[in-house]
Every structure is written in C-alpha cells, then in structure tokens.
Write a protein that binds this ligand. Structure first.
Ligand SMILES: [Zn+2]
Ligand SMILES: [Zn+2]
Length: 263
C-alpha cells in the first residue's frame, strides 16, 4: 500500500468535485444573484422567492460536505483499481474499439439517468421523503449551491446508482469521467434557479427541475424527460401539486390532461 499515492488520489478526487461545484455555481451566483439581483423577474424561475442567507450557507455546506464524501469514496475506488481491483473499466480504446467506446459512454449516460429517476421517485415515497429527501426539498427556490445539498444517505444512494453500471459493462475511463462531470455540472445548472433553455435536445430546460422543487411530487427525472413521460409523472396542466400531494400525478383534473411543455 502506497499511502502517498492514495492520499494524492483522494485529494485529486475531492478537489475535482469541489472545483466543478465552486466554478459552475460561482459563475451563476455572480452573474445573476449578485449582478442582476435587482431584476429577478427578468431571469429568475421563481422571481419572488429567494433563499435566506442562512439557507444559502446551509446549502453550500451540505453540497461541500457531500462532494467531499463522494470524492473520498471515488478516490478510494480509483486507488483500488490502480492496485489491481478487477473492473470492467478499460484504459485503452483499442481494447474494444471506437464504436463500442462511444456507444458504451452513451449507454452509461442513459442507464445512470434512468436509475437516478427510479431512485429519486422512490425517495418521494412518503416515509422516505419524510425521513431523508425532505432535506433537499427545504429549498423550494433553488440556487446553484442546492445541487447536492441533501441528506448524506440520499447522496450515497445517488452515488451508488451512478457507479453501479461501472461494475456491469465495460466503459472507457474517459467516458465514465465525462458522464460524471456532465451529471454534476448539469445538476448545478438545473438547480441554478435561472430560466435557461437547453442547447442539447435531450436535456430539459432549467424550469423542468425547478418545477420539481416548486411543486414537489412530479418531474423526478435528472437530465432526460423520457422517464417522466413514460410513467406519466411529468407535470400536467390543470392539476394541483404540492408538498402533501404524493404519487407523481397531482390531484384534480382528468386523466387526459396534457403535460406541461418544457422547451
Ligand atoms: Zn425530489
Ligand atoms: Zn433538486
């Protein structure tokens, strides 16, 4: 066991997550919450709601703590691989070829996104919501610092579903890193509280997840809206949602109510 190498890997993994958090969240914080604070109706998803200063500090602390835990775990996993832990992750494209390398990275993205939907939906089951997931939903108006501000058990659940596919099918290590970085960066953007449309056809606008915080039990997806459409849990026009309306389909309205359009 080389303790020096282990320590360096841990520091690198922890810093990797924190640098992404502080640079992406910092960018949106300065651009909107400081420079354009006086005109929230021009950019904010929920223009009349702001987090109180102590809520903002709590969100920053929870996100920093969780990403530190995540970095320590993923750093340990990376170091174990370097010591010979068997893994389907590969390091040389020629092992499986370019076509498979690209396909497997896309597959990893879709599989982890699907697992995140089901894990998140399970967390909205009333007993789990009250015990665990309510911590993340304290922030009805989100800010970029809310992205991973959650109960540590919830963070470990999401960490587990993100890493699980890496034990099942071969993925090039850069493909795995790209999917992880994308997931974290877009989670921060989706929690920014800023009305932003997406440049990518598969990625919803920020109002999609912002509505999850404003209306609670609908829009459980992470990046793709596919899973919510498939299960009818995308927010629908004319239905009532709220902290006390569990189940994902709201109340009132008729079964034919159309989905809210997110563009
Ligand atoms: Zn939720
Ligand atoms: Zn959220």
């Amino acid at each position: 066991m080389e303790w020096g190498a282990y320590l360096l890997t841990l520091i690198g993994a922890v810093l990797g997550g924190l640098v992404i958090l502080y640079s992406v969240a910092g960018y949106y914080h300065v651009k909107y919450y400081i420079r354009r604070r006086e005109h929230p109706e021009a950019w904010k998803c929920q223009p009349r709601r702001f987090l109180r200063a102590e809520q903002q500090r709590q969100a920053m602390w929870l996100s920093t703590r969780n990403l530190t835990i995540g970095g320590l775990l993923s750093g340990t996993y990376i170091h174990a691989i370097s010591l010979g832990l068997p893994t389907p992750i590969y390091f040389d494209v020629s092992d499986h070829g370019w076509l498979y390398t690209i396909f497997s990275a896309l597959l990893l993205f879709v599989v982890t996104d699907g697992l995140a939907y089901y894990a998140h939906r399970a967390l909205h089951y009333k007993p789990l919501f009250k015990r665990i997931h309510h911590v993340h939903h304290r922030f009805v108006a989100t800010t970029p610092w809310v992205a991973v501000a959650m109960h540590p058990v919830e963070f470990l659940i999401f960490q587990a579903v993100t890493f699980a596919p890496l034990f099942i099918f071969p993925v090039h290590y850069l493909g795995a890193i790209a999917v992880l970085v994308y997931a974290l960066a877009f989670n921060i953007i989706d929690h920014s509280g800023v009305r932003l449309s997406s440049r990518w056809p598969w990625q919803g606008p920020t109002t999609y997840h912002d509505d999850h915080h404003a209306h609670f039990h609908c829009n459980f997806g992470q990046h793709l809206m596919l899973w919510d459409r498939l299960h009818g849990t995308l927010r629908r026009v004319g239905r009532r949602y709220g902290a006390d309306v569990y189940g994902g389909r709201g109340s009132g309205g008729s079964s034919g109510d159309e989905f809210v359009r997110y563009e």
